[in-house]
Design a protein around this ligand. Structure first.
Ligand code: SAH
Length: 238
């Protein structure tokens, strides 16, 4: 998979992508990351990529021409490409695990990272195929959001996670029926008066599996009852 990031802060990406799963994906050839400096597509020699909003008011707007040309340069590098061009934006649909799986099935992804007061709306009209938000709060730029989405997508790719059974029991996975994961413990067996649940050290795999299922259900009820309500609603619609 080729992942492109169009940004005015290219330095934010290298270090973040080289760690953990995204780094493994790159080293094994499962993914390649291309950080595109928007300023390389500026139309003047000062590298200007933003300007004042029409109609006045506070904040600067990323201009359409450099952004559209940056997307087109990526597109022409990817012959016959139908890669999603994703604008990180609070207006987008909120990112989910289902969306991560959908993106993981693509050959390439292009992320446009907004900054300042936002992006000239014509960028959306001309090149954006979908907008994605990572939640109902405002970031100062799309870079961290693009990294969040990329991390979630990369761990869905085949052969990136060492033990895929671990991923398949994570929260929101199909095996968990879109609920939360179970609680986990590791050594020592007792810490500050708190013992590890007896079942987990029993060696009885059937009982352990049952304990984990129960733990996942309890945690979902406690922390995310909305997920259970959603699952019920989905069930009753089928
Ligand atoms: N004026 C805009 C916010 C601009 S914030 C508004 O109120 O909707 C600057 C940039 O940060 C945005 O263009 C977008 O790329 C990014 N951004 C901010 N919040 C985000 C979120 N929740 N999800 C994804 N991207 C976000």
């Amino acid at each position: 998979m080729d992942v492109y990031f169009i940004t005015i802060f290219p330095d934010m990406f290298r270090e973040a992508l080289s760690a953990g799963m995204t780094g493994i994906a790159e080293r094994t050839g499962a993914a390649a990351y291309h950080v595109v400096n928007l300023r390389d597509f500026a139309e003047d020699r000062y590298g200007s990529v933003d300007d004042y909003p029409y109609g006045g008011g506070p904040g600067m707007i990323l201009m359409a021409p450099p952004l559209v040309r940056a997307v087109e340069s990526v597109r022409s590098a990817e012959e016959g490409d139908d890669a999603p061009v994703i604008l990180l934006s609070p207006c987008g649909a909120v990112f989910t695990q289902a969306k991560a799986h959908e993106f993981a099935s693509k050959r390439s992804l292009v992320f446009i990272c907004g900054r300042y007061k936002g992006v000239d709306e014509r960028v959306r009209d001309l090149v954006v195929t979908e907008s994605v938000s990572i939640g109902d709060y405002i970031l100062s730029g799309g870079e961290l959001a693009a990294l969040v989405v990329t991390d979630a997508v990369i761990r869905c790719l085949p052969n990136v996670i060492g033990d895929e059974r671990s991923r398949d029991t994570d929260s929101f996975s199909t095996e968990r029926e879109f609920c939360l994961d179970a609680a986990y413990y590791t050594r020592p067996p007792e810490f500050r008066g708190l013992p590890v649940p007896e079942t987990l050290v029993s060696g009885n795999h059937a009982r352990i599996a049952q304990w984990r299922e129960e733990s996942a259900r309890r945690r979902t009820e406690l922390y995310r009852p909305d997920l259970i309500a959603k699952a019920r609603l989905k069930g009753s619609n089928e």
